[in-house]
Design a protein around this ligand. Structure first.
Ligand SMILES: C[C@H](CCC[C@@H](C)[C@H]1CC[C@H]2[C@@H]3[C@H](O)C[C@@H]4C[C@H](O)CC[C@]4(C)[C@H]3C[C@H](O)[C@]12C)C(=O)SCCNC(=O)CCNC(=O)[C@H](O)C(C)(C)COP(=O)(O)OP(=O)(O)OC[C@H]1O[C@@H](n2cnc3c(N)ncnc32)[C@H](O)[C@@H]1OP(=O)(O)O
Length: 383
C-alpha cells in the first residue's frame, strides 16, 4: 500500500484526529493509537480501523519519557489537544523534533496554535462559525445551520490534516527533515470554502442566505419529498440538464418562466414539490435514471450499500462483525487502500507488542506496568 512503512503515533482524541489516523492506516501506515491510562472502560473512537492501541499515562514522567522514545522511532505524531497541553507534558515540538528531526509533528486543533482562541475549548460548530462558512448555510429566514459535524471536524480537520502529513512526508524525501503541521479546523474549512470566496463576483451569493442558487434558493437545486415519504435530490443547473428535468417532471418548458427568473423560484419550488409528491422514490428513479436530469434518490444509510451503482463500485465494505462502512477513497489503481476487516482495538490491547516493536525490553515493559504507567487489555474470548 502507498503508506506502508510509515509509522504513526496518534494521541487519542475526539472525532477529527481518529479520522486522520484511520485514513493513514487505510492506506497502509502502521498507526498506533496512544490511549489514556488509567483507561476508560470503552473507547469513544469509532474510527479505529486498522489501528493498534497502546495505553499510556502521559501525566507520569515515565509515561512522557516513553512517548518521547516512541517518537524517536516514528515518522508521524498526531496530537489532538488544545494549545499548550503537549508543552505542559514536556512533549512540545521543540523537544520531540530535536530528538527526531525527521518527525512530522501534526497538531490538529480547532483554532490553531496561535491567536486569541488558541487555548479555548470548541467543537465543529464553533470552528465552522469562525471560518465564515456557517453564515452561508441554512434556509431562507432561518438561523444558520451546521450540516452534522462533517465540515470542520472531518473535511477541514481530519482530511486536511492528513493532506498536511502526506505533503510533509513527501517533502521529507527531499530535505530529510520533519516539520510541524499546524492544522486549524477554522482554516481547514475556510480553505475548503475557497470556491465561495472566489465566486463572489459571479453573483452566486448576492442574495440573502437560502435564496441563492446553491443554498436551497433555486427550485432546480433542492430536495423534494416523494409519495412514500422519501426524497429526491435535484441538481439540474446547466440549461441542457434543466431541460431534461422539466421533461421528466412532465412539464412544458414553454409554459414556464425562465430557469433563472429569481422572482419565480418560490412558485416553481411549490410546483416541483407538488409533482414530486405524486410518485414514489422508486418511480422517480425509473423516470430519471439514465438521463442527464441530475436527479438522484436521497438514500438512507439502510439503502445506500445496496444501491446498484454503489454495489457495482463496491463503495461500501463489511468488516468481520458484519458492520458496513464506506470504502476508503480515492481509489488508487496500483496501490489501493486495503482497509482492515478486524474490529477496532480495545484500549491497551497491543501495549506490549508495540513497545517491543519500538525497542523496549521485557524488563522495561514490566517496570512500566508495575508503576502503572502503561496498561494492557486482553480481548475476552467469545463465549
Ligand atoms: C462535535 C465533535 C465532538 C463529538 C464527540 C462525541 C461523538 C463524543 C463526545 C463525548 C462522547 C461521549 C462521552 O465520552 C460519554 C460516553 C462514553 C462512552 O464510552 C461512549 C458513549 C458516550 C456517551 C460518548 C459518546 C460520544 O463519543 C461522545 C458524545 C467535535 O467537534 S470534535 C472536535 C473537538 N475539538 C478538537 O479536537 C480541537 C482540539 N482539542 C481541543 O480543543 C480540546 O481537546 C477539547 C476537544 C476542547 C477537549 O478539551 P479538554 O479540556 O477535555 O482536553 P485538552 O485541553 O485538550 O487536554 C487534554 C487533557 O488530557 C490529558 N491527557 C491526554 N492524553 C493523556 C494520556 N494518555 N495520559 C494522561 N493524560 C492525558 C492531557 O494531559 C490534558 O490534561 P490537562 O487538562 O491536565 O492539561
Amino acid at each position: 500500500m502507498a503508506l506502508s512503512g510509515v509509522r504513526v503515533l496518534e494521541l487519542a482524541g475526539l472525532a477529527p484526529t481518529p479520522l486522520c489516523g484511520m485514513i493513514l492506516a487505510d492506506f497502509g501506515a502502521a498507526v498506533v493509537r496512544v490511549d489514556r491510562a488509567p483507561r476508560s472502560a470503552v473507547s469513544t473512537d469509532v474510527q479505529g480501523r486498522g489501528k493498534r492501541s497502546l495505553a499510556l499515562d502521559l501525566k507520569q514522567p515515565a509515561g512522557a519519557a516513553t512517548l518521547r522514545r516512541l517518537c524517536c522511532a516514528a515518522d508521524v505524531l498526531i496530537e489532538p489537544f488544545r494549545r499548550g497541553v503537549m508543552e505542559k507534558l514536556g512533549l512540545g515540538p521543540d523537544v520531540l523534533l530535536q530528538e527526531n528531526p525527521r518527525l512530522i509533528y501534526a497538531r490538529l486543533t480547532g483554532f490553531g496554535q496561535t491567536g486569541k482562541y488558541a487555548r479555548s475549548a470548541g467543537h465543529d460548530i464553533n470552528y465552522l462559525a469562525l471560518s465564515g462558512v456557517l453564515s452561508k448555510m441554512g434556509r431562507k429566514d432561518e438561523n444558520p445551520y451546521a450540516p452534522l459535524n462533517l465540515l470542520a471536524d472531518f473535511a477541514g480537520g481530519g482530511v486536511i490534516c492528513a493532506l498536511g502529513i502526506i505533503t510533509a512526508l513527501y517533502e521529507r524525501i527531499k530535505s530529510g527533515k520533519g516539520q510541524i503541521v499546524d492544522a486549524s479546523m477554522v482554516e481547514g474549512v475556510a480553505y475548503l470554502s475557497s470556491f465561495l470566496w472566489k465566486s463572489q463576483n459571479l453573483g452566486l451569493w448576492n442574495r440573502p442566505r437560502g435564496e441563492n442558487m446553491l443554498d436551497s434558493g433555486a427550485p432546480f437545486y433542492e430536495t423534494y419529498k416523494t409519495s412514500d415519504g422519501k426524497f429526491m435530490a435535484v441538481g439540474a443547473i446547466e440549461p441542457q440538464f434543466y431541460e431534461q428535468l422539466i421533461k421528466g417532471l412532465g412539464l412544458d418548458a414553454d409554459e414556464l418562466p425562465s430557469q433563472l427568473s429569481f422572482s419565480d423560484w418560490p412558485k416553481m419550488k411549490k410546483k416541483f414539490a407538488s409533482i414530486f409528491a405524486q410518485k414514489t422514490q422508486a418511480e422517480w428513479c425509473n423516470i430519471f435514471d439514465g438521463t442527464d436530469a441530475c436527479v438522484t434518490p436521497v438514500l438512507s444509510f439502510d439503502d445506500v450499500a445496496s444501491h446498484q451503482h454503489n454495489k457495482q463500485r463496491r463503495s461500501f465494505i463489511k468488516n468481520d462483525q458484519e458492520e458496513i462502512s464506506p470504502r476508503p477513497a480515492p481509489l488508487l489503481s496500483r496501490t489501493p487502500a486495503v482497509p482492515s476487516c478486524k474490529r477496532d482495538p480495545f484500549i491497551g490491547e497491543h501495549t506490549e507488542e508495540i513497545l517491543l516493536e519500538y525497542g523496549f525490553t521485557k524488563q522495561e515493559i514490566a517496570k512500566l506496568y508495575s508503576d502503572k504507567v502503561i496498561e494492557f487489555s486482553k480481548p475476552k474470548p467469545n463465549l
